[in-house]
Write a protein that binds this ligand. Structure first.
Ligand code: TRP
Length: 342
């Protein structure tokens, strides 16, 4: 059976990039796979998190999944720290993965920056925990953004080395389901940067809980250029790369529209060829509000009733533990730990 595992960190405002790049896709995958969706709070604390903000954010991410249409009865929604198997298996993987492998991880280099000596050990070992998240369930497919490809390759290396070292065919070799470029949402202020929760300007992103007037204001003020919109001809040959280099903000807004309406970029270009941004932005605002409005309202309703969200998470955690416990018992056996685990 094909099983999906994916995770989102509870580290701040969820925005349109998280929705179009991850959560919306999960809603679609639930029809074809047995899905486990995790709020990865253990990963969040690899960099400092205020405890109250972490609690709030954990519930908010769960609420976003439910509000967007992930059915908690058909799928498992839970938070990572509620299932001890993740941290336990991560320890075994700390002893399987090699320093050299982790030293090559570009995300660690980016996040640690110049001051590597001061990064937490957890930030360095982050990919081992991610491998444990996935392999504790023997998941076969992992939907992630392009930036996580290297971590998934590491997951495959860990599974292979474990299987090889212990002479077993135990862990599956996972397949990434990489989200396409079309779902890469860029900052509204700078088309060369990803839309991000850590951007100091709130005008750079559309949050999933933004009200209609905030969405309208952000799109109205989004950076553009004075020229009219191009037609589908720009997708041919070199022209596309030139357009992306010259007008990244325009391309971002066109992609956003395509993604929100599930149209191809070519269809969007045909629809707005020669239009002014003022017109296009108005139409884009309408679709953004139509898609996000109901989800944001439902998220607020759910976060106002934390008891309900906590109930969903508790049920999810129980089902998660039921899957991983027998797998962890086998791992313990394979590694040579005594069978007194219970
Ligand atoms: N590292 C992922 C991210 O930042 C989040 C994550 C943690 C994850 N564990 C995972 C994603 C397991 C997929 C599978 O986006």
């Amino acid at each position: 059976m094909n099983r999906i595992f994916s995770g989102v960190q509870p580290t701040g405002n969820l925005h349109l990039g998280n929705y179009l790049g991850a959560i919306r896709n999960w809603v679609r995958l639930q029809n074809d796979f047995d899905c486990i969706f995790c709020v990865v709070d253990l990963h969040a604390i690899t960099t400092w998190q205020d405890p109250a903000a972490l609690r709030h954010s954990t519930r908010e991410v769960a609420a976003a999944m439910i509000a967007a249409g992930v059915d908690p009865n058909r799928n498992i929604i839970f938070h990572q720290s509620a299932n001890p198997s993740h941290a336990e298996l991560a320890w075994v993987f700390n002893c399987v993965a090699r320093m050299g492998w982790l030293n090559r991880m570009t995300q660690f280099k980016e996040k640690a920056g110049k001051n590597r000596e001061n990064a937490s050990v957890g930030l360095f070992a982050y990919p081992n925990l991610m491998a444990a998240d996935i392999l504790a369930y023997k998941a076969t497919h992992v939907p992630v953004g392009e930036d996580q490809r290297q971590h998934l390759e590491l997951t495959r290396d860990i599974a292979q080395k474990f299987n090889h070292d212990f002479g077993v065919e135990f862990f599956p070799i996972v397949e990434p389901l990489i989200q396409g470029e079309a779902t890469r949402v860029m900052s509204l202020r700078d088309g060369s940067k990803k839309m991000s929760k850590s951007d100091p300007s709130d005008m750079s992103r559309i949050n999933m809980t933004d009200e209609a007037d905030a969405i309208a204001q952000k799109i109205r003020r989004a950076k553009t250029d004075p020229e009219a919109l191009p037609g589908p001809g720009v997708l041919e040959g070199e022209a596309k790369a030139e357009l992306e280099a010259a007008r990244p903000e325009a391309v971002n807004l066109l992609r956003l529209y395509s993604s929100l309406t599930d149209k191809s970029l070519a269809d969007t270009l045909a629809e707005f060829e020669g239009a002014q941004f003022s017109h296009f932005k108005q139409v884009l605002t309408d679709v953004a509000v139509a898609v996000l409005g109901p989800i944001g309202a439902e998220m607020k309703r759910l976060t106002d009733d934390p008891g309900h969200v906590d109930g969903v998470l508790a049920k999810g955690a129980e089902r998660a533990r039921e899957i991983t416990e027998p797998i962890l018992k086998e791992v313990w056996d394979i590694v040579g730990f005594l069978r007194t685990r219970g």
